[in-house]
Design a protein. Structure first.
Lengths: 341, 195
């Protein structure tokens, strides 16, 4: 690790000022990603503005029926918060599918949004990587790209965003609240992360010095019909090769509202509003789900090692939609089994 | 023969280093004031400054769990924690859970179930299992397996680690509260929770 100075800010404005007052500063949340990147020499901040004392750990109800997740609430406290478990079980399940209990106890919600890719070459200082060192080239294209993306990639970067939590936040259409040198603003979740284009060094649309203060969930939590399907190389503690977060509003077998997002396939949690529209007003059926899956991956591009993700992704969408749409029926059939031993 | 550096010497001049600062950490119920740099991790503070070498450095990247300690009763990876930002928190290490003359229930269960071979991961396993008990979420063997997945054992003692944790889970929960071990009444455990 390089040497650095550190300030512990007590208020949001103080943190924003401290950041602005130090060249090469970075905000420190739970540190589970940043400290690791600093040990790897991938990140070399000259100054850390530590956020641990900021009053941003609360989870509180909003007047519109939604829920505000403080940026510094830990992943574990969020996943096991009674309101989140009851009203946003998709979010709870998704958080618990990621990392380990130790990491979830440290990692913050705001920090989860800002974690960097796990593309092998981003961590490997001996190889070119446009995200780590703009203009140096992409080693993943034509290299070991099992973890890389197949949707929205560019000639300069095929990295994926590694978060589970963000996939659920995309499906739930959360809103990110930020504060920076020019004041506060909100960013729709779909606009928070970006595609790599020719500036893969930028993961998101935050302006320099802006700090995530909260994540707002809308009132609709899809608590009856939801699923998070995560496919990975190990059953626990592994990043998603492909994941799908689904929230449905059902009327019998008819899908009234559909929201879903994919992880592990792109530089951002992948939404496809046109594919969601294909589901709405329709009767849930495997045929329909296959059509939707085909549409989502119509423009996908495999890079050899990771080309399997296209077929895997389609099948994951079908299975996730089946799971989410049949959740009520599954409960009914259990009741049937229980009453007929 | 002299060595020349194209961009000057690799190490910055001593004056450019951030000064060390006094940092007071509450470890196992006692305050310790250390003079450390901002980049000193909680793990290094414990091992290199306080001689609390029960907490182990394995991967040093938050992947293996051998550095697991409790902060306010919650398990964390000490290798990814900067010591200075953990001021004011109650840190509990394996030494704080018990010693030779007063083994904690988990420590005793690990011995009884032969839950370790080389022993390097064991302090982290026990602290993590203590965190699991504190959380009160895991009831079944599968849930314990899932919630212990942040601790690797290269010897592969997983089966016996699971048995040890399940025994303590069945016997009643022993939690860390305000830095000390407290036994709370046994929780009802569902029929399908047998190891």
């Amino acid at each position: 690790m390089n040497s650095f100075t550190l300030t512990q800010a007590a208020a949001v404005d103080e943190a924003v000022r401290d950041f602005a007052g130090h060249a090469g500063a970075a905000y420190l949340g739970g540190g589970t990603n940043l400290i690791d990147l600093m040990k790897e020499n991938v990140s070399r901040p000259a100054h850390l503005t530590s956020l641990g004392h900021l009053p941003l750990s609360d989870i509180t109800g909003l007047p519109d029926g939604g829920l505000r997740l403080g940026a510094l609430a830990t992943n574990a406290d969020t996943a096991w918060h009674p309101e989140v478990e009851a009203r946003y079980p998709l979010l709870s399940q998704t958080i618990l599918a990621g990392a380990t209990p130790q990491l979830r106890n440290m990692a913050t919600n705001g920090g989860n949004l800002l974690q960097r890719t796990r593309c092998y070459y981003f961590y490997d200082l001996a190889t070119p990587c446009n995200k780590r060192e703009p203009g140096s080239g992409c080693s993943a294209i034509g290299g070991q790209n099992r973890v890389c993306g197949v949707l929205g990639t560019s000639a300069s970067c095929i990295a994926t965003h590694p978060s589970d939590l963000c996939v659920a936040l995309a499906a739930l259409e959360a809103v990110v609240r930020v504060q920076g040198p020019r004041g506060e603003r909100t960013i729709k979740f779909a606009d928070f992360h970006r595609l790599p284009g020719n500036q893969p060094e930028l993961d998101n649309t935050l302006q320099p010095g802006e700090l995530v203060t909260a994540i707002d969930l809308p009132a609709q939590g899809y608590a009856k019909n939801f699923t998070y399907l995560k496919l990975r190389d190990r059953a626990s503690y592994a990043f998603a090769l492909v994941s799908v977060a689904v929230g449905l509003e059902m009327d019998g077998n008819t899908i009234k509202t559909a929201r879903f997002a994919l992880g592990g396939v792109a530089h951002k949690p992948w939404r496809d509003p046109a594919a969601e529209k294909m589901l709405e007003g329709q009767t849930a059926s495997p045929d329909l789900f296959r059509q939707v899956a085909t549409k989502v991956f119509a423009e996908a591009k495999g890079y050899g090692v990771n080309s399997f993700k296209i077929e895997l992704g389609k099948r994951a969408i079908v299975r996730a939609l089946e799971q989410a749409s049949e959740m009520d029926q599954a409960i009914d059939s259990n009741a049937f089994l229980n009453s007929n031993p | 023969m002299s060595t020349s550096y194209a961009q000057g010497p690799l190490a910055p001049p001593a004056g450019a280093l951030a000064p060390t600062q006094p940092v007071t950490l509450r470890i196992n119920g006692e305050d310790h004031t250390l003079q450390i740099a901002p980049w000193t991790t909680l793990l290094d503070a414990l091992r290199e400054y306080l001689d609390l070498t029960g907490t182990k450095k394995g991967c040093d990247h938050g992947q293996c769990g051998s550095c697991t300690v409790l902060a306010d009763g919650k398990r964390i990876n000490a290798c990814l924690a900067l010591a200075t930002v953990y001021q004011g928190r109650q840190i509990t290490t394996i030494e704080g859970l018990g010693g030779e003359d007063n083994l904690s229930p988990l420590q005793q269960a690990f011995i009884d179930h032969d839950a370790f071979q080389c022993g390097y991961c064991t302090p982290g396993q026990i602290c993590s299992a203590q965190g699991l008990l504190n959380e009160g979420r895991a009831k079944t063997a599968d849930e314990v397996r899932e919630l212990m997945s942040g601790n690797l054992c290269r010897c592969g003692a997983y089966t016996n680690i699971l048995s040890a944790v399940m025994e303590v889970l069945h016997d009643g929960q022993v939690v860390v509260d305000n830095g000390t071990l407290v036994t709370i009444p046994m929780q009802p455990i569902s029929a399908n929770s047998a190891a």
